[in-house]
Design a protein around this ligand. Structure first.
Ligand SMILES: [Zn+2]
Length: 404
């Protein structure tokens, strides 16, 4: 009956294999690229990469002159702009165009949403996962857990005025409330938790370290990560010592990171998302000299973290920031001393490892899920090439194709 099983398997898969041919291929950030190579995909997974014999009946995508890497992760995005509201009812072509503008045209195959209306984001994700809407894989923390007093101290209608959906803001005062809110989120299926350790603007409030610890305990019990917004030196240290897995920004407000901060971060093995372009955006109304100093402080923090051997995840805060182009982020990461290989790691292997998926994502290897980013040129020559995407392939399906 083996023949029947084979026939049924072939019928179930339904699609011929796909080969991306004649490309420069970085199978992972450390190795030398394969020139004039093939990535062969079957049933959403990578079957082989390199010098590969292409079976008859394979669909060919000619990638001459192009460079293939594992699919990119953007580990800091938000689906909270008004354009995502009522995600269940936005016409599919419009939804797909919006996902393209923010993510897939920049090669993103996995986006970690670090704060939005969970019910809405889940509806968006369901439509992508059903195959109705081409888009990236979406992970989400759901609503951000804020310190007590944010809501009462914020002017009413602020979120809407800034272009965002009306959003629920769960506030927690202590460990007990943090544990309850965390478990509620995790019970409803979030992929992790996001804690807002300290606010940047008035009202100035912060989460006690014990509250962050309670969130971390709840998340880690289910093997889920905690992502923390630090803002200040105290917020950063509370996040690190409270057990956060990912620090979602540098903290230019705090001034350069000293040895004590770097040692604490390193000892607790946190990963850092620098969001350097965001600092230029946040200070766009300020004097040029202030803006430059602020951005340079963020760049210096990344430089110090890199020198300490810390883990970096790529993330831009798009969806909060409405300028979606990641080019400047790549340039600023390079300014902080990151090589193109380190930047590629921050886009692929580092997040796959941090989010416990390194056995099936983050590299181009036989058996891995066929999430691929196809660039117009080789980023080893210029890191801006990471932003010039020709094709985005998710689980073997083309979810973005650049115009001719
Ligand atoms: Zn954010």
């Amino acid at each position: 009956m083996l023949w029947l099983a084979i026939l049924l398997a072939a019928a179930a898969s339904g699609q011929p294999p796909l080969a991306l041919t004649r490309a420069t291929i970085y199978t992972d950030p450390s190795g030398n690229p394969i020139r004039d190579g093939v990535v062969l995909i079957r049933d959403g997974r990578i079957e082989a990469a390199g010098r590969v014999r292409i079976p008859a009946g394979t669909q060919i995508l000619d990638c001459s002159g192009l460079t293939i890497t594992a699919g990119f992760w953007n580990s800091h995005v938000h689906f909270m702009e008004r354009k995502w509201a009522n995600a269940a009812r936005i016409p599919a072509p419009e939804l797909s165009a919006q996902l393209q503008a923010m993510l897939t045209r920049y090669g993103v195959t996995t986006a970690f949403d670090t704060g939005s209306m969970w019910e809405n984001t889940r509806a968006l994700r369901d439509r992508v996962e059903s195959g109705e809407v081409p888009g990236p894989r979406i992970l989400s923390t759901g609503e951000i857990l804020y310190p007590k007093g944010v809501l009462a101290g914020s002017p009413p209608g602020l979120m809407e005025a800034l272009g965002f959906m009306r959003i629920a803001i769960p506030e927690v005062a202590d460990a007990e409330e943090a544990a309850a809110a965390s478990n509620k989120h995790l019970d409803s299926g979030t992929d992790g938790l996001k804690v807002y350790a300290a606010t940047w603007f008035p009202p100035f409030v912060s989460l006690p370290r014990s509250a962050i610890q309670a969130a971390a305990t709840a998340a880690h019990r289910r093997e889920k990560p905690v992502l923390a917004h630090p803002t200040s030196r105290d917020g950063l240290l509370a996040s690190v010592q409270g057990g956060a897995d990912v620090i979602v920004h540098t903290t230019p407000q705090s001034g350069p990171w000293d040895e004590a901060v770097l040692t604490a971060m390193k000892e607790k093995n946190v990963a850092l998302i620098p969001t350097l372009k965001l600092w230029r955006y946040e200070l766009r109304h300020d004097r040029l000299s202030d803006l430059d100093r602020f951005v340079e402080t963020g760049v210096g923090q990344l430089r110090a973290w890199r020198a300490a051997g810390g883990t970096v995840l790529f993330g831009t805060d798009v969806g909060y920031m409405n300028d979606y182009d990641p080019s400047d982020e790549y340039t600023l990461m390079a300014q902080a001393g990151m090589s193109f290989r380190e930047i590629l790691a921050s886009l692929t292997t580092a997040p796959a490892e941090r989010f416990k998926e390194s056995k099936q994502r983050g590299r181009i290897a036989a058996g891995f899920i066929a999430d691929l980013t196809v660039l117009s040129s080789d980023p080893s020559a210029n890191v801006k090439a990471f932003a010039a995407v020709r094709y985005t392939v998710r689980a073997g399906k083309l979810i973005y194709r650049a115009g001719p």
